[in-house]
Ligand binder design. Sequence first.
Ligand code: NAG
Ligand code: NAG
Ligand code: NAG
Ligand code: NAG
Ligand code: NAG
Ligand code: NAG
Length: 219
Amino acid sequence: MALGAILLSALAVGLTILLYSNSCEAAPEALTQKSAIVATRLPTNLEPLHYRLQLMPFLNQQNFTTNGAVSVTLNVIEDTDKIAINMYDITVHNDSVKVKHLNQSENIEVTDQKYDNISQIYTIYLKDSLKKGELYELEIKFISKLNDKMQGFYRSHYIDPKTNTTKWMASTQFSPTDARRAFPCFDEPSFKAKFTISIARPNNMTTISNMPKRATDPM
Ligand SMILES: *[C@@H]1O[C@H](CO)[C@@H](O)[C@H](O)[C@H]1NC(C)=O
Ligand SMILES: *[C@@H]1O[C@H](CO)[C@@H](O)[C@H](O)[C@H]1NC(C)=O
Ligand SMILES: *[C@@H]1O[C@H](CO)[C@@H](O)[C@H](O)[C@H]1NC(C)=O
Ligand SMILES: *[C@@H]1O[C@H](CO)[C@@H](O)[C@H](O)[C@H]1NC(C)=O
Ligand SMILES: *[C@@H]1O[C@H](CO)[C@@H](O)[C@H](O)[C@H]1NC(C)=O
Ligand SMILES: *[C@@H]1O[C@H](CO)[C@@H](O)[C@H](O)[C@H]1NC(C)=O
């Protein structure tokens, strides 16, 4: 099947998170009842500048997953040997996780990777510290789910009246806090960044976006 890729450039406006303050002394009833859900903020020692995101969703008679790759340019605010990033219901290909200085070809060794399902934070531990004022590139390949919960990058369907058959589509709902279901990201309102997005699709489908198309590459 031929696939077309669409390149889009977009400003992040929707990558936001709703947080409960830990310092809130008299937490409302609703929050205390959900005490298993502890919202944790990301550290502010790293700042994402630009995401390059590639998504290949599998709809139709396929498995409703998305093969994804994200590459984020990071500015270092304070030296750190850890990268903490939000994600939820995503499988990371551990071996694909790469960190390197923007101007160097050599990767910085990843010593460990941990996912915490409660805080929804994936932490990458590095052998060497990232240095303040320098730029680095973080790369992650992953599989996310085209869920039916209207969260993240999700699936829905309609009946085509001409053929009386089911047609599938995938849409995004990223506002708090569901971008992390579509791809690993710094999913808090203060982390605004630029995006270059490419989406693969079968050639009988279309892709629409709120930002202009840069190119289509038939494969
Ligand atoms: C595109 O083709 C696939 C595979 O043949 C089919 O299942 C799907 O319904 C088609 N989609 C549309 C929108 O026609
Ligand atoms: C889903 O289906 C596609 C197309 O057949 C395949 O390439 C991909 O590996 C599958 N993904 C999973 C997680 O099984
Ligand atoms: C998170 O953990 C809970 C409880 O173990 C489980 O029900 C849920 O499926 C997990 N979610 C993910 C995305 O792994
Ligand atoms: C991959 O990373 C996860 C943390 O996300 C960890 O639980 C798992 O053990 C790792 N798997 C391998 C094969 O290293
Ligand atoms: C990378 O190299 C270019 C030119 O070689 C230079 O202008 C830029 O400042 C360097 N960037 C970093 C983060 O070192
Ligand atoms: C559409 O398809 C469904 C089941 O596939 C069938 O029950 C229904 O009668 C069909 N409707 C029309 C108008 O052909």
